[in-house]
Design a protein around this ligand. Sequence first.
Ligand code: G4P
Length: 530
Amino acid sequence: MSFLKEIERRRTFGIISHPDAGKTTLTEKLLLFGGAIQEAGAVKNNKIKKGATSDFMEIERQRGISVATSVLAFIYKNKKINILDTPGHKDFAEDTFRTLTAVDSVIVVIDVAKGVEPQTEKLVEVCRMRSIPMLVFINKLDREGKDAFDLLDEVEQKLGLRVTPMSFPIGMGYDFKGIYNILEKKLNLFSGDNKQSISKGVVFDDLTNPKLDKIIGDKAAKTLRDDIELISEVYPDFDRAEYLKGDLQPVFFGSALNNFGVQELLDAFINIAPSPQPKKAVERLVDSKETELTGFVFKIHANMDPKHRDRLAFIKIVSGVFRRNSPYLHVRNGKKVKFSSPNAFFAEKKEIVEESYPGDIVGIHDTGNFKIGDTLTEGEILNFKGIPSFSPEHFRYVNNADPMKSKQLFKGLDQLMDEGVAQLFTLDMNGRKVVGTVGALQYEVIQYRLEHEYGAKCTYENLSVHKACWVEPKDAKNDEFKEFKRVKQRYLAKDKEGQLVFLADSEFTIQMTQSKYPSVKLHFTSEYKS
Ligand code: G4P
């Protein structure tokens, strides 16, 4: 197959949702339809169960599973589909944000009864900011839930999306009869006592056809006719170009658990979802069709076996062909490297691969050379953008609890930070280290992993910080900057890249600082340089 055809047939995407909306179930059903697995229940649940905050084994179990489910790839109707796993747990939101830099589109799963939930709001906002094409799947129609039109309103208002229903439910919960596929004008009905099977579907070119009343009953037929008429009046028609720009989001209804609406979703997905997209580097825009290899690290996974310190770096191929044993430039450290056993992912297995194409994810064994955001090329100096650090939400001093092991502690902290587990800040004034995380769970993960993988012990001490603000002194008036540094000395630190950070203790402090030193710019992500 030609290089261009290989690119065209790839669909790399992520599924995002609030925990429990049905992400795992939908992923599994997509794999079932794609023939990648033979039975339901094969994809293990990758979420940390409620109440597991202090259960280290649970965290370890989850880490084990998340290696296996990091990338799930399969072929469906000759399309190569790569699903990138995104952790649902809010304490791992940063991981999800980073994974979203490697997808070309997303599917948003919403629970019909719960509607739009907080985690979905956050993740969709990130996708919207990056204009990532989104499909919405409203799940669990076999249960009582919100009215479909109310839900569409909620999706528009809370998520700021512009929706177009591609299918519409007939009834819901106990009365759920099936789904009308608006694009194909096809009626699919639930059948069987336990609603586990689906009819093959009847096409209705014209919904006024009296056969409809016979099949679903007068009342449901009338409601469906009214609903479809309302949809055609109120919602915009589907337009692929608008969807691809992130300006229009098609909505599907179904029940992942009952296989209902999943095939329609998958078929529509492979037809409309984008193949690998161009990606911005600091230096220029890189097109997927360029023949020279470029790619970037979006995730690093530590080995589960503490005796082997190697890690798996996940690289998204942006352009060109990645070949085993070819020399590539690791741009950040300026060295050429060859990879003798790059892994490709297929369903839940990984295997050594000779060639990978744009859109694919390659897993590379790494002994500590890679960092999240690193770029590989054939020699060109390129740095892919879009993996910024956001301000952590929790901050604690980290203390060495075993003075004989300080080397191990620093090495461990360094490597865990490269993996993106948390962010490390070093205070200007006294060199003390501060660990910043998105969730409280990470502190336990760090403590546990330092001890088990590096033989180091740490304790934490509370520190009252509201937000980390990256300071841009570039256009600052010299006197003002000096004054800012003098007054705020106690709160200034460096991040891992050596960038200046102001650890503000309240929103009020941020406002006061901004009005007092207007030429010193404060940013809420590390990647403020455009
Ligand atoms: P998540 O990955 O988004 O967190 O959700 P997951 O797929 O694990 O689904 C959460 C719960 O919702 C599971 O039940 C799952 O069986 C159920 N579910 C998913 N899709 C549907 C659907 O279409 N209809 C109905 N009625 N339920 C659905 P659980 O009891 O929490 O777990 P399990 O014991 O079934 O695994």
